[in-house]
Write a protein that binds this ligand. Structure first.
Ligand SMILES: [Zn+2]
Length: 282
């Protein structure tokens, strides 16, 4: 799933290519595409796209009094749509512009879960006061040592789970969680409420460094990377040598994802239990 850096670069590319274009229409192509009843998407018609921003793993297409909040889920993308066919492959929703151009939200795969929320930023104290952004934690790249310390103290849970918890920290998914734990030299299973000051500082620095590295890579591209192309030391690299110490990168499999780690760098050599029914890593 794309995470903060991929979505940030995606938003920047969309802004560069489409800002200033006046909306002429919005169409939900699938029944589940539009997640809100009010305001109507047509409220944005006649208004120019000011830009596309990002919050957590959401894209925010800003038309002034109307913002389209978009979640791409696993395989979603927003792409220029030259054909504008009636039934575009993988099509979820389409924005058309007065100059004849269009943007298409597509989602690869059979599970269509990407969606669009139409929001008026003047309501309820702004976008942050409304779903789906309502309960989002701060963007992970903005969290300093003091804030990270407070977040960890408030959550008695395992580090890998905390990093992926969008209500604690927004923008990090499975890949960045693996990379951040490795760079911070912390076990993915360590209880964050018990981290000391030095460990919190390493965690904060690693979070910033991993996001910055991925963002630099992503900004160098013309389109969003696939997960295999993204820079990293351990994610999906089980069996390869750890670039920091040369030990083998290991994996622990869970039903929906894999935790990758280096025992020498992160767990004092301890091999983590491979147990798909584990109740601990939620
Ligand atoms: Zn290592």
């Amino acid at each position: 799933m794309p995470e903060l850096p991929e979505l940030q670069a995606h938003a920047e590319r969309l802004t560069a290519a489409f800002a200033g274009r006046e909306l002429s229409g919005f169409r939900a192509i699938t029944f589940t595409a539009l997640k809100t009843y009010a305001p109507a998407p047509d409220q944005a018609v006649g208004h120019p796209l000011i830009g596309v921003g990002r919050r957590g793993k959401y894209l925010l297409a800003d038309f002034g009094a109307t913002t389209f909040v978009v979640h791409l889920m696993q395989g979603g993308r927003i792409k220029p749509d030259d054909k504008q066919s009636a039934r575009p492959r993988g099509g979820i929703a389409r924005w058309t512009f007065a100059d004849g151009s269009a943007l298409l939200l597509t989602e690869a795969g059979t599970e269509k879960r990407a969606g669009v929320w139409v929001r008026d930023p003047a309501f309820d104290g702004g976008l942050e006061g409304q779903e789906p952004l309502l309960s989002l934690g701060p963007d992970a790249d903005t969290v300093d040592v003091a804030a990270m310390s407070a977040i960890c103290a408030a959550h008695s849970m395992r580090l890998h789970g905390l990093l992926r918890d969008q209500q604690a920290l927004a923008g990090v998914g499975r890949r960045l969680a693996n990379e951040i734990c490795h760079r911070a030299q912390l076990s993915p299973f360590t209880n964050v409420a018990k981290l000391d000051a030095d460990q919190i500082e390493r965690l904060t620095d690693a979070t910033h460094a991993c996001i910055a590295e991925s963002l630099t890579y992503e900004r160098s591209r013309d389109d969003m990377s696939s997960s295999k192309e993204r820079p990293g030391a351990v994610h999906h690299r089980a069996g390869e040598a750890c670039p920091a110490c040369g030990d083998v990168v290991r994996e622990v499999e869970y039903t929906r994802y894999t935790v990758n780690y280096c025992a020498t760098c992160q767990t004092g050599g301890k091999i983590l239990a491979d147990n798909t029914t584990s109740k601990f890593l939620k």
